[in-house]
Design a protein around this ligand. Sequence first.
Ligand code: PGA
Length: 248
Amino acid sequence: MRYLIAGNWKMNGTRPMLAELDRIAEAAAAHKGVDVAIAPPFTLLADATPRAGQVLIGGQDCHQAAKGPHTGCISADMLVEMGARFVICGHSERRAEFGEGDSLVQAKAQAAQAAGLIAIVCIGENEAERDEGRAVPVVAGKLDGSVPPASRAGNLVISYEPAWAIGTGRTPTMAEICGMHAMIRAKLIQLLGAEGVAVRILYGGSVTSDNAAQILACEEVNGALIGGASLTADQFAPIVLAAAAIAQ
Ligand code: PGA
């Protein structure tokens, strides 16, 4: 399975930051065996897509409806018009800050897929759930509730993101990451049949150039979703390189 190395710029970046995208595009062009993606803020999409080269550009969120009175929201078709190829659905920051639950995340992912986008559906446990030993059932439940049942391998990516590992510099152990990804794979096959075999499962949470090679070497880790370390090409390009080295 081809690795997908995806960056989420979150609420960072105005036009000058597109210089970083130019350099990320150079890294992607140099490592064609790896899929590279960046989700800039909505306000940069129109400027980003023409200079992205092989880098897939996507949104960080979309509304579940096609159009209507939803002030401040963006539809999947609007993303498509800007050249987006994917959208992140149910990131833990959206779940925590805006109260998004599984059924809403599923509806957003469905709307994204209907518009022709790849839905990157994020699932993960928080610190209390992990401390209580409930990480596996919590993640399994989020998968059940958030994945559109008609998803195919071509329009769904899962990102396992323990909320407590995001932006903190802390990561689960390799055994925990590998175990969780194996569970997610089994569950995807249960939910989607043969399509579930080929859905990419990313890991997200404090991935850097220092730990990327180790994390990506895990059998069911098919890429990474990266926040902080995607903001500069200096930090992001070595992660693309690490994926390319393992893929060879
Ligand atoms: P981080 O963010 O890499 O800054 O931990 C990951 C994410 O939010 O997907």
